[in-house]
Design a protein around this ligand. Structure first.
Ligand code: KG4
Ligand code: ZN
Length: 364
């Protein structure tokens, strides 16, 4: 089965082709960084307009790259939520129209399920069950994953998402948008111990909170500035101290989630999942506490079309084969509302669950 995946939930246009036999065959990504940078954050209307401009040429480019004709496609998967409503509607309308015209199903995909399954695109994909740490710009979630579509949220951020905290602190440090990667780069040059920032809710269950940490960083920046000490070196030390506090907190939560669920594997995804320090610290914790840690490559941690194409391939058998007009666009949508794809309902073992995507494809 050949699935075209379309991601437009926020500020990245992602298009990819996933073949259930050959894997990922082509992909393209357009980031809107330059458009939103002057505003210091994503401007939803500008995001929608850019998705409109980019989507059709990108789809044409991806098909040409793989020497695939539209008629060869078996399904078109699109991000149906959560995300910015206008941006979601652009991707949904495009995907549904294309699918309708080709007489194939349009498959609505949950963006966070896409992130959660991104590691499956790597060679030697991890088997179910596992705990997933999903840390993006909009969400910080710890999910107990029993199988495909069998998700229980065991921990979540009570306020800012981890990526949002990175972005806000980056702004306080006058770093360019998008803040997360810029802050991580600055932190590489700093001393993580010079500023001892709080580890919010550490040792207190699985929920997370990052807004108090952000306030502590703001107060430190103001104090250093008032004292005339906010040099580049001090800014780097503050960035390193903040990053260390987030990493330390996330590692503590992951360790506890593994302990409480009894799972033996942790999958990390979402934009913050590409953070080098976080990956190194989780590797150390895994070695020390005896659990396996797996990540998709950094380009599959941040938003992309491949994860949507893959999740769509897993779910294609559950949508009616007859193309139907209409789109699904849900700005807010909990992962827990998802159910296993119909064909997966008999999948009880990790290996059986992983075969589901492929066998579904063969039956199509
Ligand atoms: O998953 P993602 O690409 O988009 C959403 O679904 O939100 O995540 C984007 C978030 C942003 O907040 C960005 O600043 C953060 O991930 N991010 C990072 C890094 N790369 C991206 N945060 C920390 N370190 C990084 N290396
Ligand atoms: Zn995302």
């Amino acid at each position: 089965m050949l699935v075209l995946g379309i991601e437009t939930s926020c500020d990245e246009t992602g298009v990819a082709l996933y073949d259930t036999r050959r894997g990922l065959v082509a992909e393209a990504l357009a980031t809107q960084t330059a458009i939103h940078a002057p505003f210091g954050g994503v401007v939803p209307e500008l995001a929608s307009r850019d998705h409109i401009a980019k989507l059709a040429p990108m789809v044409r480019h991806v098909l040409a790259q793989a020497a695939i004709e539209p008629k060869d496609l078996d399904a078109v998967a699109y991000t149906a939520g959560p995300g910015l409503i206008g941006a979601l509607m652009v991707g949904g309308a495009f995907a549904a129209s294309l699918a309708y015209g080709l007489g194939i199903p349009a498959v609505p995909v949950h963006h966070m399920e896409g992130h959660l399954l991104a590691a499956m695109l790597e060679p030697n994909p991890p088997a179910f069950p596992f705990v997933a740490l999903l840390v993006s710009g909009g969400h910080s979630l710890l999910v107990d994953v029993a199988g495909l579509g069998r998700y229980r949220i065991v921990g979540a951020s009570l306020d800012d998402a981890a990526g949002e905290a990175f972005d806000k602190v980056a702004r306080l440090l006058a770093l360019p948008y998008p803040g997360g990667p810029a802050l991580a780069a600055l932190a590489e040059r700093g001393d993580p111990e010079r500023f001892a920032f709080p580890r919010p809710l550490k040792g207190q269950g699985l929920d997370m909170s990052f807004s108090g940490l952000k306030t502590a960083v703001r107060l430190a920046i103001e104090a250093e500035r008032d004292a005339g000490r906010l040099t580049d070196e001090v800014r780097a030390d503050i960035a390193a101290g903040f990053q260390a506090a987030v990493v330390d907190t996330l590692v503590d939560k992951c360790r506890l989630a593994i302990e409480r669920t009894g799972r033996e594997r942790l999958i990390v995804a979402g934009g913050v999942g590409s953070n080098r320090r976080l990956r190194a610290a989780l590797d150390d914790a895994g070695r020390e506490h005896g659990f396996e840690v797996r990540y998709p490559r950094p380009a599959l941690c941040t938003d992309n079309g491949a994860m949507i194409a893959y999740a769509g391939a897993c779910r294609a058998a559950s949508v009616p084969a007859e193309p139907a007009p209409g789109i699904i666009a849900r700005p807010r949508w909990s992962l827990e509302e998802l159910e296993p794809p119909e064909i997966a309902s008999t999948a009880r073992t990790p290996s059986a669950a992983r075969r589901v995507g492929r066998s579904a494809a063969r039956e199509h």
